[in-house]
Design a protein around this ligand. Structure first.
Ligand code: FES
Length: 189
């Protein structure tokens, strides 16, 4: 939704505000649970995001992020367990490597770096989840609509089947992809 906000008592042109479309890739064990904690604790945060649950942040390939931007995301947040807490041991270290590759391509494509972010959020950190969402939403809002968005269809983003971590080297307990939006992480499987 777009609205015009006219500054009072100034001659500046009206500032355009809008609700950015944020896609959050969250690992099942920490970040997704952190969102749930925020919801259960009734911690207020901005609601303009779609959450996609994966079993581990190590599962989040560059293609997932590019797909999200293509489907209309104005910003993409990748989140997982803190170091030492990953249920697949090295999954979040893998996520760091993948994130660096993704960021390089994002820059090559001319997408602002501020539209992509990596954060570690534990299951107990509902407050931190809310802070990150609020901060990131404001940051993306300031950047405006993504010029890379080809569609307005972030609800259609799906994560393909696969092991919890990239290459499946840590087992094959499947992908727990789901979605949630607004306050909390409802809608997951
Ligand atoms: S299980 Fe959360 S980052 Fe690996």
């Amino acid at each position: 939704m777009t609205s015009e906000v006219a500054p009072v008592g100034t001659s500046r042109p009206p500032m355009t505000t809008f609700d950015p479309r944020i896609v959050v890739f969250a690992c099942n064990w920490c970040s997704y649970a952190g969102a749930d904690t925020a919801g259960v604790s009734r911690i207020q945060h901005q609601p303009h995001f779609r959450m996609i649950r994966v079993m581990c942040s190590g599962r989040i390939q560059p293609a997932f992020v590019f797909r999200a931007f293509e489907k209309g995301a104005d910003g993409v947040l990748v989140s997982g367990c803190h170091f030492g807490d990953c249920h697949y041991i090295f999954g979040n270290e893998r996520a760091v490597e993948q994130f660096a590759k993704t960021m390089n391509v994002v820059k090559l494509l001319g997408i602002e770096e501020g539209r992509l972010r990596l954060e570690w959020i534990s299951a107990a950190e509902g407050g931190r989840f809310a802070e990150v969402i609020n901060e990131f939403t404001d940051q993306v809002r300031a950047l405006g609509r993504s010029p890379f968005a080809a569609e307005d269809a972030i609800d259609e983003i799906e994560v393909p089947e696969g092991g919890p971590c990239l290459n499946g080297e840590h087992g094959s307990s499947g992908t727990g992809s789901g979605s949630g939006s607004g306050t909390g992480a409802e809608g997951g499987h």
